[in-house]
Design a protein around this ligand. Structure first.
Ligand code: SAH
Length: 410
């Protein structure tokens, strides 16, 4: 199979030889053998004409997202199946897939494909029990969706030890494709099979993913390890879970013996999901849990001092682009400084940023400034990041987005 050829300027191949998966438009000297359209497969060559690999073409500053390096190869169902199989083997070997009824606490929700981190740029696949939810962030992956769905079913049918077996593949890209025209083209729905959302297990706790209307693919899988860490500290503490969304942190805190958990979110829908998850795990009436539907900035400003011993701050991505970075940092400073000011002596703050545009250092500086303004003695206990099913290609540091700090406030 021959693809349109993208010829790079001299020395522009260096990052690709190190497996960085993006070709920027400024690195392209010429295009021959056809006129690629958004989403088409292309072959990338260095200035001497040697093949560097195959990728998806896109009109924009990231012109090619590499799928394979080295010799030219066919990008078909077998190619996707091999990548999916490797990703599944990694998750299985990390002990993430644990069926109900087995010797360990069940876990049936995990991210199978994390884009560049799993050598499939532009593709996300999350597994919720018997359902896979697929999200395309590039036109190339959108074009390949049927092929990928078939390859997924094949991959799981070869791995029968995984229960429950995969029954369906849901496609959810109406909000993630890069341009409005593309998003209008994409239609969310099942590509294979049809399943109703029912509960899945995360570390022995139950959650119901909402892939139809929820954020991301329906659940914030990336906070799993950080929720587990919280469970170590929640016993006997009065907990505020700010920006709670589906209440993941609240459920872990309640399960590990928190005296009281207040879940706070400005969205009524989020509070509904949180209450549903609390009820699913602890019964319809859980007197230790309280819902607060309010703006978190207002609540943190108004709340009395000493009301909480543990505060979680997990806001939405305040900065989606570097252009709004300053405002984002002000936002982080404001919420963190309130938490430091108000938390009871000996309290613990779990604070996060999921903005890819905010670096670890910038986030830490914002938290530092907030701590300094509170006048409290603050120590860092843990530095948190994303879990093993959200791996980062070491040559593609852009894949690192989740940052967190656990702080002890005297
Ligand atoms: N901690 C969650 C994910 C948080 S997503 C988890 O582990 O699943 C961010 C949440 O912040 C969303 O539910 C959104 O409704 C809420 N939110 C956004 N702006 C807010 C504000 N100003 N005050 C309170 N909640 C807000």
């Amino acid at each position: 199979m021959s693809y349109p050829k993208i010829h790079l300027y001299p020395r522009k191949e260096e990052s690709l030889l190190r497996f960085h998966p993006w070709v920027f438009s400024g690195a392209i000297a010429s295009i021959t053998d056809g006129k690629p359209q958004d989403g088409d497969l292309v072959e990338v060559l260095d200035a001497r004409g040697s093949t560097l690999g195959i990728g998806h073409y896109a009109a924009g500053s990231i012109a090619v997202r590499m799928l394979s390096f080295g010799r030219s190869e066919q990008i078909g169902r077998d190619f996707f199946r091999d990548r999916l199989r490797a990703a599944l083997e990694l998750r299985a070997s990390m002990g993430l897939i644990r069926p109900e009824g087995g010797p360990a606490t069940p876990n049936t929700v995990y991210r199978l494909i994390h884009g560049e981190g799993d050598s499939l740029p532009g593709l996300i696949i999350d597994i919720y029990g018997d359902t896979a939810v697929m999200q395309a962030h590039s036109m190339g992956m959108h074009h390949s969706r049927e092929l990928i769905a078939e390859a997924l079913m094949e991959t799981y049918s070869e791995a029968p030890g995984l229960t429950p077996p995969l029954q369906s593949v849901y496609y959810k890209s109406e909000t993630t494709l890069p341009t409005r025209d593309m998003r209008e083209l994409a239609e969310d729905g099942f590509l294979i099979g049809h399943t109703e959302a029912s509960y899945v297990w995360e570390n022995g706790l139950k959650f119901i993913p909402d892939w139809l209307k929820g954020q991301k693919t329906g659940f914030f899988i990336d906070q799993r390890d950080n929720r587990s860490l919280l469970a170590l500290y929640a016993d006997g503490r009065r907990v505020l879970n700010a920006f709670c969304y589906t209440g993941g942190f609240s459920v872990y805190a309640l399960a590990s013996g928190a005296e009281r958990v207040d879940s706070l979110d400005s969205s009524g829908k989020a509070m509904y999901l949180t209450e549903q998850h609390v009820a699913l795990n602890f019964g319809a009436d859980c007197p230790r849990h309280h819902s607060i539907t309010q703006d978190a900035f207002d609540y943190l400003e108004q709340m009395p001092e000493g009301a909480y011993d543990l505060i979680i701050l997990d806001p939405p991505a305040f900065a989606k682009h570097r252009k709004v970075l300053r405002n984002a940092l002000i936002g982080y400073r404001r919420i963190n400084s309130q938490a430091f000011r108000k938390i009871a002596p000996g309290g613990i703050v779990f604070t996060f940023s999921c903005s890819q545009a905010v670096s670890k250092e910038e986030f830490r500086l914002a938290v530092f400034t907030a701590a300094a303004s509170s006048g409290r003695r603050v120590r860092i206990l843990h530095q948190l990041t994303q879990p093993v099913d959200h791996p980062i290609n070491i040559y593609h540091p852009e894949g690192e987005y989740l940052k967190g700090l656990v702080l002890y406030v005297e």
